[in-house]
Design a protein around this ligand. Structure first.
Ligand SMILES: [Ca+2]
Length: 203
């Protein structure tokens, strides 16, 4: 069985000398594993000399490490957002989701973005939108802000989400006997033809 030996870059000692002394097969001499960058996704490669813990040392002037488990002779420094020995893994920043208030998370390289539901904003949908700052309530209505929305307290005679509709009290044709209906703020008024009287002109 051949035992790999990691050969120090600075050594100038005869390869044959070590083969004779150690009786091992030398797999690589002055090899640079970073020549063809094995690191993916823009990771940078650095050479390193390392072996597993089951190691023994040989007494000699240069250092010789003998091991059945030489470790990967390089290390990758990954760009933000990537991980793994070869930077091959895209880190999913959406696991767990950082978005609040029901926001939808999108995994990006080195980060994330959130699509927020209406009424929330911020990098992680953490902030309530204060809709009252844009004065959405019409016709003198009072605006009430709350997390995720707003509410308009309409004045008499107005209706709708933003109090922009005038309530038509004549809509149901309350006047009988040919009376004409006039819409007022809180009520209606029936104008009676001659000989008829009453709120709704019933005889
Ligand atoms: Ca709000």
């Amino acid at each position: 069985m051949s035992t790999p030996v990691v050969w120090p870059h600075s050594s100038r000692v005869s390869k044959t000398f070590y083969i004779d002394r150690a009786g091992v097969q030398i797999d690589a001499v002055d090899h640079d594993p970073c020549t063809r960058n094995p690191c993916q996704n823009g990771g940078s490669c650095k050479r390193r000399l390392s072996v597993g813990p089951d190691m023994k040392t040989e007494e000699s002037v240069p250092v010789i490490l003998v091991s059945n488990h030489p470790l990967q002779p390089y290390a990758c420094s990954c760009r933000p957002g990537y991980a793994g020995a070869l930077c091959e893994t895209d880190i999913n920043e959406c696991q767990p989701s950082p978005c609040h208030n029901g926001g939808t998370c999108h995994n990006l390289v080195g980060g994330f973005s959130c699509t927020c539901p209406e009424g929330f904003t911020g990098m992680a949908c953490e902030r309530d939108v204060n809709e009252c700052l844009s004065n959405p309530c019409k016709n003198g209505a009072l605006c009430q802000n709350f997390p995720g929305g707003f509410n308009c307290l309409c004045k008499s005679g107005f209706a709708g989400k933003t109090c922009d509709s005038i309530i038509n009290h004549c809509e149901c044709n309350p006047c009988f006997n040919g009376g004409s209906c006039q819409n007022l703020v809180d009520e209606y008024c029936c104008h009676c033809p001659f000989g008829v009287f009453g709120k709704t002109l019933r005889t």
